[in-house]
Design a protein around this ligand. Structure first.
Ligand code: AOF
Ligand code: ZN
Length: 368
């Protein structure tokens, strides 16, 4: 293949990625995928994944081409994920592309879903379709980032856990008198709601619920649906009147209390018991349970105690830190972690992305 064709492949895959970004959170737990169908430099059809249970990107693109009166025989399909091979909520896209007479499929990356995992590409190859996958590592990475929670769940059985914290430049999240509003500015707070909105669920602890009576919902951001709410409450101390319970919530305890559970269920909450050591919720088991419930991305907004425990137990993948250009001197820190005796014992992260939002710094740091 000459370099002009390579460049064209790259550009069409970028276009497919742009389409994938149009898919909404309603696709979840299904990943966001984009597809462009091209022949002789002409785009015949394009599509992106529809809300869960509806058409995948490839089917949309085939429909789009048909609606425009195009015959796609002999065309190339650019897809940001390997076309599926299984009968899930929808029939296999690999069959759809094959039966439509597509001659070549360029996929950004393989599907990590064990029901697919290369079988989609095999179906196509066996039918004589020319197949390329993973040719452009930077685009494959973008396709992965777009669906980071899906891949995390497929590969580990657990959600991708993003912990949001906000504080001063010296790492203070509240004064000793409890005052914390507002350390970061309105732009950072708005941005935080964007990250809440893209998560499948938001998790907090009973400490935060008792202290702030938060709503824990998405506000000020256009979203087709609210994330699920999860409260870690080892001893079921939550009040049935807590605002967080409006619209439903999952309460996770370690010590059952049948009477309290009934009261909470009466206001629409679900209560489960996952006992760990010291009468505390077993957090790694909770992450498995959330994976089983098809939570791809979990957004954590909790206090320093639960934050520290989640980190210590290896339950966190990424920190989303908003840091205000202010010094508060003393007060509550962002995470309660055990005291170290040597700097070599530090938990090491890697900066993933750093930017400024309004007056504040936004840092994404990932655990290795
Ligand atoms: C594709 N194109 O646009 C997406 C795919 O239950 P279903 O039928 O909706 O299948 C869900 C699985 O399909 C999902 O777990 C993932 O492996 C794949 N997603 N595949 O060919 C798409 N979104
Ligand atoms: Zn499919």
């Amino acid at each position: 293949m000459d370099s002009m064709d390579r460049q064209a492949d790259y550009a069409y895959m970028q276009q497919a990625l742009e389409l994938a970004r149009r898919a909404t959170i309603e696709t979840s737990p299904n990943p966001k995928v984009g597809c462009v169908i091209v022949r002789d430099g002409q785009v015949l059809g394009q599509g992106w994944t529809q809300p869960v249970g509806q058409a995948h990107a490839e089917v949309q693109a085939l429909h789009d081409a048909a609606a425009k009166g195009h015959d796609v025989r002999g065309a190339t399909a650019y897809v940001t994920l390997e076309p599926c091979s299984h009968f899930g909520r929808t029939p296999p896209c690999a069959n759809g592309l094959r039966d439509a007479g597509i001659a070549r499929v360029v996929a950004a990356m393989q599907d990590a879903n064990p029901q697919v995992a290369g079988r989609g590409l095999s179906i196509l190859r066996e039918a004589g379709v020319e197949v390329e996958c993973g040719t452009f590592p930077d685009l494959a990475l973008q396709a992965r980032e777009l669906n980071i929670g899906f891949f995390q769940r497929m590969e580990t059985g657990k959600p991708w856990v993003r912990m949001k914290v906000a504080g001063s430049l010296d790492g203070i999240t509240a004064l000793s008198n409890g005052q914390s509003q507002w350390i970061t500015g309105p732009a950072a707070r708005q941005d935080g709601h964007q990250w809440r909105a893209r998560a499948d669920a938001i998790l907090t602890g009973i400490g935060t619920v008792l202290a702030d009576d938060p709503m824990l919902n998405v506000r000020g951001v256009d979203t087709p649906r609210q994330p699920k709410k999860i409260i870690v409450d080892s001893h079921l101390r939550i009040s049935p009147q807590a605002r967080v319970l409006q619209g439903g919530a999952l309460i996770v305890c370690a010590v059952p209390d049948a009477e309290k559970q009934v009261q909470l269920e009466q206001v629409g909450a679900e209560v489960i018991c996952l006992p760990g050591t010291n009468q505390q919720v077993d957090l790694p088991v909770l992450m498995q349970e959330l994976g089983r419930r098809q939570i791809n991305e979990l957004h954590v907004e909790a206090g320093a105690t639960l934050n520290g425990t989640l980190i210590s137990q290896g339950c966190v993948n990424e920190l989303l830190l908003y840091l205000a250009p202010k010094l508060l001197g003393s007060g509550a820190g962002l995470f309660n972690l055990p005291e170290l005796t040597h700097v070599d014992q530090a938990r090491v992260l890697q900066f993933h992305e750093i930017s400024q939002v309004g007056d504040d710094l936004r840092v994404f740091a990932r655990f290795k």
